[in-house]
Design a binder for this molecule. Sequence first.
Ligand code: PNS
Length: 159
Amino acid sequence: MKRVLYPGSFDPFTIGHFDLVARACKLFDEVIVGVAVNPGKNPLFTLQERADLIAASCKDFANVKVVSFEGLLIDAVQNLKADAVLRGLRAFSDFEYELQMALTNRSMLDSCETIFMMPNANTSFISSHMVKEIAFLHGKFEPYVPASVADAIHKKLEF
Ligand code: PNS
């Protein structure tokens, strides 16, 4: 039984995140999407809203579970008995931050392995940040997020 923890802010969950979950589902027995409390950020969606939207978007995957966590990722890894952490690498520019995070986590918890997967090239330019910016500026953000997330953004921004 191999369990992977896919952590992130997911504010909001995009089709790039969805693509990674779909790929991970084929490789791992259980994929736990871990929605992080990120004190440095002022999220559009609450932790519960983000978790609910991910659960709705991933409802057709039998081996996906959604949790939220506060505090260190390595503590979540241990509490959830995850065998590895999964992160997406979209472009070379992601690499430096991801490498630093993976190595920091492993220096704190030697057994903490991070696995990187590439999303579909069609989605690799998408980021939650860009989706929010386009939405705030009344642009067409809908193609970049699952339908339930698009509805929730419309409701949140009231347009
Ligand atoms: O989607 P994001 O914002 O890139 O996700 C970053 C996240 C939530 C995975 C990262 O900030 C994290 O692991 N936060 C938990 C706190 C922690 O463990 N910090 C030390 C990691 S080096």
